[in-house]
Design a protein around this ligand. Structure first.
Ligand code: ADP
Ligand code: MG
Length: 629
């Protein structure tokens, strides 16, 4: 062997078994990559030990100290060093146990991992012992057990996390960030065990104190303000011993991020794509794909039907029959959400400052005064080369014979409601409410955003973009259900510049675009030609829409996009095609919009889950002006 070879830092000939401490430190990288992960493991151990009370104390975001105290069964003196040994567990013995594991832990490596990267102390007392015992470990090497004082249960302290692994320590973020991660771990576990009491302190200050209570109260305590009030109760049992319970927020309480999504499988918080997808699918009709639903859901099933041994952190699971689970969860949520939508109807604004309450005045079915010829699909054969969306709405309006106002058909987009336009809003005596459509007749447009209308109850405020988007979305869905989206040729093909890979992707998926009503072809490596657009999709920024659809294709995977993500795609399209703010609408156009809303299912909510209209009653106006009646 030459001198050079023997000095090589990477000898290729000698394989060595790694020392235990290094093995544990490697595992620690997966199991306890930050204080929050260590906290999760310690709290899980407390719950596995049957604790009814779990106290968490943190210092400096958990990096200086994590202390978890519980009143669980405790650990016998003889077992103390074993608790810190790798692959030592009291929770499973055999492969059969593993395959039907009901405890949160089972891998027997959390304490070993935490001990290997911290100064750990473990104090515990079993009920049958006369006093407690304590062992300390430095870098994973346990000292001798010594008698200690502790009334019951177990206290585990992990100090100076990663003191001996500087590389990992460098990945730690600020104290505030680490604490907020730890707080999230705490919240997840506390949500899963509402019957137990929990406290959380940070740097000596009490942060949270949770008394034993019910699942709903625990949810209200731990999730964002307003969530529980917006929650629809889920409780559904299915074949095969499936059960799902919890709260799912109505779509009006949607969020920009996934921060309020908690899913548990047999009491274990999981991040599972299949479950998230099932829930998302149930929201699809009422929530725009850019908005996130909020929920806390607890799925229970035979442990033998779910593999929890997928990842060291145990936050992933694999279902034996994923399709059955997906269907069950989807149907449970879908049922509850549509039930709540039916009960909710429209939101009636209260001017007294109280939160909006709910009335049942929303017209869910086509109103009798919506003429039969008014196509609910809105798919008239293409007219002029590029009629405006509002012109189509106006055309629908023309079919409503009951409305006497002269109907100016508008081939042009931009028809302003200027001062010279006579006010065509009919006078509506309050007593003849039967003649007034539910959403009334348009009075004016406010700041290019809202439509004001008068109905029998008083004033109706409509978010015109949101309402129009909802209508388009439902029409697109119907159209796609029926067959293909009717396409409308463009007078001259439009060239859309795109990145090369996007042109390629779009070219490969021309069929996908065709089914949505777009005739696309590759023009050059960086240019896509668009020859037709969907008949609904008029008045549209075609390049922006194509870019969004290509992005969707990329994200969802081309082959499945249309079947699985159909509604999300249609949502994208509707959002693009809906009338923009600051578009001046004429009164007939506004009335057409109101009639379309009445004829459209679920028009009380836009695809983003926001309400599309509010009712302000005369009584509320009277109260506002202190008009005694
Ligand atoms: P696992 O939880 O996978 O079994 P751990 O390393 O987390 O592995 O814990 C090892 C063992 O230590 C557990 O199996 C359990 O017997 C014991 N143990 C850990 N924490 C507690 C606790 N808070 N109360 C009682 N026993 C505990
Ligand atoms: Mg454990």
């Amino acid at each position: 062997m030459t001198a050079a070879a023997s000095n090589s830092p990477h000898p290729t000939t000698s394989i060595q078994v790694l020392p235990d401490q290094l093995i544990n430190q490697i595992a620690a990288g997966e199991v306890v990559e930050r204080p929050a992960a260590a906290l999760k493991e310690l709290m899980e151990n407390s719950l596995d030990a049957g604790a009814r009370r779990v106290e968490v104390e943190l210092e400096q975001g958990g990096t200086r100290l994590i202390r978890v105290s519980d009143d669980g069964v405790g650990i016998a003196q003889a077992d103390l060093p074993l608790a810190l040994a790798r692959h030592a567990t009291s929770k499973i013995r055999t492969l059969e146990d593993l395959e039907a594991v009901a405890s949160l832990g089972f891998r027997g490596e959390a304490l070993a991992s935490i001990a290997s990267v911290s100064r750990l102390a473990l104090t515990s007392r079993r009920r049958d012992e006369r006093h407690a015992w304590r062992i300390e470990a430095l870098g994973g090497v346990p000292g001798a057990a010594e008698p200690a004082a502790l009334a019951e249960g177990t206290v585990i302290e992990a100090r100076d996390l990663y003191y001996n692994t500087p590389a990992r320590r460098k990945f730690l973020k600020s104290e505030t960030t680490e604490f907020s991660h730890a707080e999230e771990s705490f919240r997840r576990i506390a949500l899963s065990a509402p019957g137990a009491a929990f406290t959380l302190s940070h740097n000596g200050r009490r942060n949270l104190m949770l008394k034993p209570s019910t699942a709903n109260i625990r949810i209200a305590e731990l999730m964002a303000e307003g969530f529980a009030d917006a929650g629809v109760q889920i409780d559904e049992a299915g074949a095969g011993g499936f059960r799902i319970a919890g709260l799912a927020a109505r779509p009006t309480y949607s969020r920009a991020t996934r921060d309020e999504q908690y899913v548990y499988v047999n009491g274990r918080f999981v991040r599972d794509k299949l479950l998230a997808h099932a829930v998302r699918a149930a929201y699809e009709d009422v929530l725009h794909h850019q908005r996130q639903p909020a929920y806390a859901l607890f799925l229970e099933l035979d442990p033998a039907l779910v593999d929890v041994n997928v990842h060291p952190a145990k936050t992933e699971v694999r279902f034996r029959d994923g399709r059955a689970v997906h269907q069950f969860v989807f149907h449970a949520l879908n049922k509850a959400l549509s039930r709540s939508a039916a009960e909710a109807g429209a939101v009636v604004v209260s001017l007294s400052g109280a939160p909006p309450h709910v009335s049942s005045s929303a017209p869910a079915r086509p109103a009798p005064w919506a003429g039969a010829e008014q196509s609910r699909l809105g798919l008239e054969p293409p007219r002029a080369a590029y009629p405006s969306a509002v012109a189509q709405m106006a055309a629908n309006y023309a079919a409503v014979a009951a409305v006497a106002a002269p109907f100016p058909f508008l081939p042009e987009d931009r028809v302003g409601l200027d001062a010279s336009q006579p006010s065509a809003a009919p006078e509506l005596p309050r007593t003849h409410s039967a003649d007034v459509p539910p959403l009334g007749f348009a009075l004016a447009q406010l700041h290019g955003i809202y439509v004001l209308a008068q109905n029998a109850e008083g004033l109706v405020l409509v978010d015109m973009h949101a309402a129009h988007e909802r209508i388009l979305y439902e029409r697109l869905k119907h159209a796609l259900d029926l067959a293909e989206m009717p396409a409308q040729p463009l007078l001259a093909p439009l060239s859309v510049p795109l990145a090369e890979r996007d042109v390629e992707l779009a070219g490969e998926n021309a069929d996908f675009f065709r089914r949505l009503g777009f005739d696309v072809a590759v023009l050059s490596p960086r240019e896509l030609a668009v020859r037709s657009v969907p008949a609904q999709m008029v008045d549209l920024d075609v390049p922006a829409m194509i870019r969004d659809l290509v992005a969707d294709l990329r994200q969802y995977g081309s082959s499945r996009a249309l079947t699985e993500q159909r509604n999300a795609l249609l949502g994208t399209m509707a959002c693009h095609a809906a009338v923009r703010a600051n578009r001046a609408l004429s009164l007939p156009e506004m009335n057409a919009l109101l009639r379309d809303m009445e004829a459209t299912e679920r028009s009380g909510q836009c695809n983003h889950g926001r309400p599309t209209w509010y009712q302000v009653t005369l009584a509320e106006l009277d109260r506002m002006f202190m008009r005694g009646r």
